[in-house]
Design a protein. Structure first.
Lengths: 77, 148
């Protein structure tokens, strides 16, 4: 495992979750993750920055967040 | 009634109830690969604190504190699985993802933005206070464009 990839975005999906790890100092990797994040937001996913407890909802990618969990949207039952 | 027969009937009823619960659980996760369910369970348990984890393992429910300070109990994933002392709430997570992912998403939503949770939730309560709270949350998030 690449130890420089200290930050992770977990996308909750059919596989359990898809983990996208990246090095925040790697500008190209950050751009890739940011583009993927933007696509998920356009697809109505919701993102939680869980770097701190409690987490917070974010709508724009924050490369300083050490862990982000992206979930499908919610609906009233 | 014959006490032996009564005991058998009670046992049958309990087994039937347990079976139906298990069936409901399996149906919710139907089509999701086993390793995905295991992966989701690991992530879910990792995101609970010690008290929540123990509560989940022994009672299949755990408490969370909302961002506005109210306490909710999340039970096994099903309609209206979130409760307080005087209200029950239903918030479904869209998409074919494992049940444990859905429970995690519910927990994160309540902790991160209780108001958005209330705006999404379908609620059953006799408390006027909860109805007022939820209506205010819905208006607020409709204006912000957070409800789809």
């Amino acid at each position: 495992m690449d130890r420089s990839k200290t930050h992770v975005v977990r996308i909750l999906d059919r596989t359990g979750d898809t983990r996208v790890s990246y090095d925040p100092a790697d500008a190209e990797a950050v751009r890739d993750v940011e583009a993927r994040f933007a696509r998920l937001m356009n697809d109505s996913f919701i993102a939680f920055d869980v770097s701190t407890q409690p987490g917070r909802i974010i709508t724009r990618f924050d490369p300083s967040a050490t862990e982000i969990i992206v979930s499908p949207r919610f609906a009233g039952g | 009634m014959n006490p032996e027969l009564a005991r058998v009937l009670v046992l049958f009823a309990v087994s039937l109830f347990a079976g139906l619960l298990l069936l409901g659980w399996l149906r919710e996760d139907a089509g999701i690969p086993l390793d995905a369910r295991r992966r989701a369970r690991r992530l879910f348990l990792a995101k609970l604190d010690r008290r929540q984890r123990l509560s989940w393992l022994f009672r299949r429910r755990f408490d969370v504190r909302g961002s506005a300070g109210r306490r909710y109990t999340i039970a096994s994933y099903r309609p209206f699985n979130i409760s307080t002392g005087d209200a029950v709430f239903c918030v479904q997570v869209n998409g074919r993802i494992p049940v444990y992912d859905k429970l995690l998403a519910q927990k994160l939503l309540i902790e991160a933005d209780e108001s958005l949770f209330l705006a999404h939730a379908n609620m059953r309560t006799h408390s006027r206070a909860w109805e007022t709270l939820a209506a205010a949350a819905r208006s607020q998030h409709l204006m912000l464009g957070n409800l789809h």
